[in-house]
Design a protein around this ligand. Structure first.
Ligand code: F6P
Length: 549
């Protein structure tokens, strides 16, 4: 199916006209004109509320956005995804992460091409490992119970399980501590090893390819550390588990085949939390907790497949992003969870969104006719308020935000949750409505200041407002609702990729740096001549070598 140029669709023209018509309309006016604005511009499914009333749109914009989704064939691409077609065209792969949360005893994606027997087998393998670790029956080389699990992986083999383990820390096994090591910098692994006892430590080496440099170097260091204590290769078996789409490479590393959990080429790294890559999470929250996470994601899959586009949360979230990026000109998009346990969510969404849709050619290799994914960044609230919110309020940039909060806290310390939520709701209101010059003047009139002082302060006290945001609310952060939330963003990314005409499932853009690093390394090690390198790289190498040996 050839990609359509979305900028040539009638819906695009309608949206451009609506943008011009609304150019001078403030969110204040949109709210004043429609007392039902919250009801009209919010939707929910399975207790997940999406309030987009503070986005700069009206009924006509929403209708045209939904038409844009229809014109770019979102429904038929959704069918192709769930039918297991090879929609990852540049790698000729199907994209089947929904199979990983298919909990029914039916085939998926079809009886003719059923991946479920393999998926169920790995789930059962996971359950055995999880049970042994949680019950304390998995013993290390000296007979000690395993108390620390260290996941070594990077990108999709780290960000998802790390984010979810932190998010669900209230559900964690009290006697098992799960750690994540991703960075090549020895400063990540070394200080952790200092705190660990090898007799009670298990490493999970998570790498789809089992060739990723960062992971292989950290895995080798973990292996050497363990060997220095066990003394024999044979006893290492009790301390290593692997997750990979290349089990033979994990076996070569020395991990017993029964402890290598397979994954498949149809699971993208950034979509792999639901696979055995989620093992450290399952160890932390138990297999039943992990299955609740899958159940939440499954319910979002079903909502995505069944709800009309205008009420479909992933579709709406995607369309809001398209509106802000392609029509209002936003270059970034901020994720601000008002929940300490979601502190790793912005990092996880950065990979999900930017590795998927950070592209300038469509799936046919043609240049895109409009910009695609904005820069995704973020920080938890309330911390962000005391860091970058000043710029959001008065910096003059358009920065759409996703505020994410839970009604209840999983750590109910009296007196914390209501002020946290009050801050969340107040920030989105302040961004939307701002403070006019008149309001600022009235406020200053009550202060004991001279007229001159008041006039001098006035411009500093004005907030332009009109800053768009979406608020996502969940009742609480439990495995089920986290699953709902994550699958919502996955499908948002998919829908945006379809509309922009992108293959969201490859990531060729990370290759060049890897290739160059392999050329720089032998030079840095003094094994090869630096002449073939550019002047800057040569200069940096020389400086490093002469200054620090
Ligand atoms: O960052 C590039 C990437 O290929 C990601 O897509 C992937 O999640 C990550 O590296 C790790 O890859 P692997 O699981 O194969 O080690």
């Amino acid at each position: 199916m050839m990609s359509k140029d979305l900028t040539q669709t009638p819906a695009w023209t309608r949206l451009s006209q609506a943008r011009d018509r609304l150019a001078k309309t403030h969110l204040r006016e949109l709210f004043a004109a429609d007392p039902q604005r919250f009801e009209n511009f919010s939707r929910q499914t399975n207790e997940l509320l999406l309030d987009f009333s503070k986005q700069r749109l009206d009924d006509e914009v929403l209708d045209a956005l939904v038409t844009l989704a229809e014109d770019t064939e979102v429904p038929s691409w959704r069918e192709r995804l769930f039918a297991g077609e090879k929609i990852n065209v540049s790698e000729e792969r199907a994209v089947l992460h929904p199979a990983l949360r298919h909990l029914e005893e039916t085939p998926f994606p079809s009886a003719a091409h059923d991946v479920m027997p393999a998926v169920r087998e790995v789930r059962a393998q996971m359950a055995v490992i999880v049970e042994k670790l949680r019950s304390g029956s998995w013993k290390g080389y000296s007979g000690e119970t395993i108390r620390h699990v260290v996941n070594i992986g990077i990108g999709g083999s780290d960000l998802g399980p790390k984010m979810a383990t932190r998010a669900l820390s209230a559900f964690a096994h009290p006697g098992l501590h799960v750690h994540y090591v991703s960075n090549l910098d020895g400063a990540h692994l070394a200080p952790l090893l200092e705190t660990l006892d090898p007799r009670s430590t298990l490493f999970i080496i998570a790498s789809k390819t089992f060739t990723t440099q960062e992971t292989m170097i950290n895995a080798a260091s973990a292996h050497n550390w363990m060997l220095a204590h066990t003394g024999t290769e044979a006893s290492l078996a009790k301390h290593f588990v692997a997750v990979s789409a290349h089990p033979e490479r994990a076996a070569e590393f020395g991990i017993p085949p029964a402890q290598v959990l397979p994954m498949w080429d149809w699971v993208g790294g950034r979509y792999s939390l639901w696979s055995a890559v989620g093992l450290p999470l399952a160890i932390s929250i138990g297999m039943s907790g992990f299955e609740r996470l899958l159940a939440g994601a499954l319910d979002m899959d079903q909502h995505f497949c069944q709800a009309p586009l205008k009420d479909n949360l992933p579709v709406l979230l995607a369309l809001l992003g398209i509106w802000n990026t392609n029509f209002l000109g936003a270059h970034t998009s901020a994720i601000v969870p008002y929940n300490e346990s979601l502190r790793h969510l912005p990092g996880y969404l950065q990979q999900l969104e930017m590795e998927s849709n950070g592209k300038t050619v469509n799936r046919d290799g043609q240049p895109l006719t409009c910009p695609a994914n904005p820069i995704v960044w973020g920080e938890i609230g309330a911390n962000g308020q005391h860091a970058f919110f000043q710029l959001l309020h008065q910096g003059g940039w358009l920065v759409p935000c996703d505020f994410i909060a839970t009604a209840l806290s999983d750590y109910p310390l009296p007196g914390h949750q209501a002020p946290l939520l009050a801050n969340c709701f107040a920030q989105s209101a302040a961004l939307a409505f701002g403070k006019t010059e008149d309001e600022a003047r009235t406020e200053l009139d009550t202060a004991k200041l001279s007229a001159m002082q008041r006039d001098a302060l006035l411009p500093h006290k004005v907030f332009a407002g009109n800053q768009p945001s979406t608020t996502l609310l969940l009742p609480r952060l439990d495995p089920y609702h986290l699953g709902l939330l994550l699958a919502l963003y996955e499908h948002k990314v998919f829908v945006q990729g379809v509309i922009w005409g992108i293959n969201s499932f490859d990531q060729w853009g990370v290759e060049l740096g890897k290739q160059l690093a392999s050329r720089v390394l032998p030079v840095l090690n003094g094994e090869e001549d630096k002449e073939a390198l550019d002047a800057s790289t040569r200069g940096l190498i020389e400086w490093t070598q002469t200054t620090h040996g």
